[in-house]
Every structure is written in C-alpha cells, then in structure tokens.
Design a protein around this ligand. Sequence first.
Ligand SMILES: [Zn+2]
Ligand SMILES: [Zn+2]
Length: 257
Amino acid sequence: MIIGFGSGVRRAGRAVLDLLLPPLCLTCDAVVDTPGAFCPACFRQTGFITPPCCETCGAPFSRAEAAVGAARRGRMCADCQDDPPPWGRGRAALRYDAQARRLVLPLKYGDRTELAPALAAMMMRAGAELVREAEVIVPVPLHRTRLISRRFNQAALIAGQIGRLGGRAVVLDGLVRVRRTAALAELPAQARAVEMDRAIAVRPGRLERLRGRRVLLVDDVLTSGSTARACAFALMTAEVAWIDLLVAARVSDPRRR
Ligand SMILES: [Zn+2]
Ligand SMILES: [Zn+2]
C-alpha cells in the first residue's frame, strides 16, 4: 500500500511516513541515508557560501576580490564600505538561487517545517563563530500583513532550531512590527528607509532579556537588508552589547538589482 503512494502524498504525510520509509532528499524525491540530507546531485547544485566573504553582509568574494580587498579595503565588500550596516558581522549559508528557493519557500509557506532544522544546520556551519559568541538569538519578526496568510514565522522556526543546536537562549518574540509597511513601495527610497527603520521595535516586556547582551539576529533571506537594519536599530534602543546577523540565504547583489 505504502509503495503505491505518489511523491506528493509522500511529501504531505512526510512526518509520519519518514518513520516508516527511507528519508527523501531535501530538494528532490531521491532516497537518502539520513533525514535532512541532500542527494549527491542536489548537493552539487546547492550554492553554499564559503569564505572568503564580506565580514558584514556575508556576500561571497571571488579569490581576486578577496586578495584585493585584503590589501585595500579590509574584509568588507564595496557596498558595506559605502554604507556600513548597523550590525557587527553578517553571514549567509546559501546564495539565494533556484535551489535555495526550494529550501526556503516551502518552509515559508508552511507545508515543510522539517526544512527549518536542515537550514539551521547549514547556518550553524556558515555562522559557527557568531552562534558560539551569541548570548541571545532573536528572529526577525514576521511582516504584519503576512500574518493572516501564514501560520507561523519561518525566521522564528529557524532561530529556535539554531538555539537548540547551538545551546543558546532564544527570545522568539523579542522584536515586533509596530506599524504597517505595506505602502512603502510608493515612497521614495530615502523616505522608505526612514519609515522602515521605525517599523520594528523591541517588545517592552523583553527589554531586560536583551539589554547588555550579545544578540544574534536570524532571518531566512537577506534581500535589500532594510528589514535587518530596522531590527538592528530597534535592538540598539534596547542597549544590546553587540549585534550579528545570520541568514539562510542572501540575494547575491541586492543593492544593484
Ligand atoms: Zn536531491
Ligand atoms: Zn558586504
């Protein structure tokens, strides 16, 4: 009976069937040895970001860029040099390409929560030092307009898994969206940045858990960086000691899109 199930059914009932059947690859229907693994073909097409990369935004450097950067600019990319982000260090596990979308989007839309521990494990490798030195992990809060259509905050799911894997405290509701930002697209870039910077705040009841602590901010995807900036500014008002950023995937060159 079980052998007759199509892969769609298998995915849908995966949590139960994984107890009975061999595990499937994270991004295709190939059978793999352990849950949360890629098959060899999918592993090869996964865009893991490895050093050298920008110290503050995690953008991968080519060997040539790294060599020039080391000599001329330190370990930050040109964009971060021009407009330094308001956090200390930034790391991303993956380039946000078609393969990364196969990991991030099914988690985001809620039908494959088992992707959260898999992404967290990849982020643990990319940001090992950041996790180790963090005292508190805080997820980027879910966009208020999206709460209606989703059951959970994917960044919070990932943050919880990183906390579990790294043995770190997690404050899942440390940050909160304080105003709607849906109309931002209509504003000029400068006004949009100012609006966004005020769109997120530390939840008053969590101030004492964050004050004076080294905080690791966690999100699924880093695109323009404006949401992470807003989170960092909010954390600064709580007088945290330090802020690092760890994301599952980053758009390769967001500011030039
Ligand atoms: Zn595969
Ligand atoms: Zn950078």
